[in-house]
Design a protein around this ligand. Structure first.
Ligand code: ZN
Length: 335
């Protein structure tokens, strides 16, 4: 969890921060299960993620042990920074190392296209989960399809999610600092999966700190779907907070109410985005745009701006065939 003072990073300083942050989370949430995922700022130098044999993966295995990860999970963390953990019978969490595919990760030049054999591991793990009728929540740091991810990696990931869209109930990412939605579609252009990108708690760049709580069908309930039922986004207002006071967080919005959705299924999100595309819900789209920047005063997005944000939702893999002629014709394709 280092900050953005990139050229002051060192393995020693980063290790210290990792131990401190873990201890703080354990102290504040002693009874809450925590499933961490490695971010690009943990690499030293920033964005450096070899496929294996890296001090960081060995450190993470030690740092994350107090979170209660199983020996088997810690074993893959130690090798490659990713893991799978069964939470309850029928319910699994996968945490991927999305940093392999950062376009500033020069270590990828030494790999064969599947760094750390992560894709093979994902396919094997999801095949096992499917055979055991498990549901899976997937957590990662860099969302697929971002401008700083390698295109072939995003495309491979997209194909894997499409194949296992019945097993993966939702995906959760961060990294961009924005409040974003990314949809996955099958060959028939039906929405199959949702990747949620949570807003950042840092102010970079020019936003109020925010965080997100997801409401998920309880794993204690018989026949739980493990689906995301709603999410609640909280924020603070930095400019209105006196320098001598700690910022107060308040609820900014909940997804169901904000976007007038019946549920948070991929189909419901896709219908909503389709209405935005057809300019049938101007108010809803402008809420999305305002929320994207944590309701920090950016409100005007029409024409090509609107197309860019809508196509970003629909393009969870760069260079994948645009989902609609709307995106084929938009400036998004030129980015
Ligand atoms: Zn990041």
């Amino acid at each position: 969890m280092p900050a953005h003072n990139l050229w002051e990073y060192s393995p020693r300083a980063t290790s210290g921060l990792l131990f401190n942050v873990t201890a703080e989370i354990r102290a504040r949430f002693p009874n809450t299960p925590v499933f961490p995922s490695v971010g690009n700022h943990e690499g030293v130098p920033v964005n450096a993620f070899p496929a294996s044999a890296y001090w960081l993966y060995e450190t993470l295995a030690r740092v994350w042990e107090p979170f209660g990860l199983e020996a088997q999970s810690l074993e893959t963390v130690k090798k490659h920074g990713y893991y799978s953990q069964l939470i309850r019978p029928g319910f699994r969490v996968l945490s991927i190392n999305s940093n392999f595919c950062n376009d500033e990760n020069f270590w990828i030049l030494l790999t064969d296209g599947d760094p750390g054999d992560q894709n093979q591991w994902l396919v094997d793990t999801l095949s096992g989960a499917e055979a055991a009728s498990e549901k899976v929540l997937l957590v990662g740091h860099i969302p697929p399809g971002e401008p700083d991810t390698i295109t072939s990696c995003s495309s491979d990931f997209y194909k894997i999610i499409d194949r296992f869209s019945e097993t993966v109930t939702a995906q959760f990412f961060g990294h961009t600092h924005w409040d974003q939605l990314k949809l996955f579609y099958d060959e028939q252009r039906q929405a199959t999966n949702v990747a949620y990108v949570g807003p950042s708690v840092t102010t970079w760049e020019g936003v109020d700190p925010a965080f997100r709580i997801y409401e998920i069908d309880s794993w204690h309930r018989a026949n739980s779907t493990f689906a995301v039922l709603d999410f609640h986004t909280f924020k603070t207002n930095v400019e209105e907070t006196p320098r001598t006071e700690f910022p107060k967080f308040f609820k900014s919005y909940s997804a169901l109410g904000e976007y007038e959705l019946r549920d948070l299924s991929p189909d419901s999100w896709a219908r909503l985005v389709s209405r935005w595309e057809n300019n049938e819900d101007e108010r809803g789209f402008h809420k999305y745009f305002s929320n994207y920047y944590h309701k920090t005063g950016r409100n005007n997005c029409v024409g090509e701006c609107r197309a860019k944000y809508i196509c970003e939702i629909q393009a969870a893999a760069k260079n994948k065939d645009p989902i609609s002629s709307f995106c084929q014709n938009s400036l998004y394709q030129k980015i």
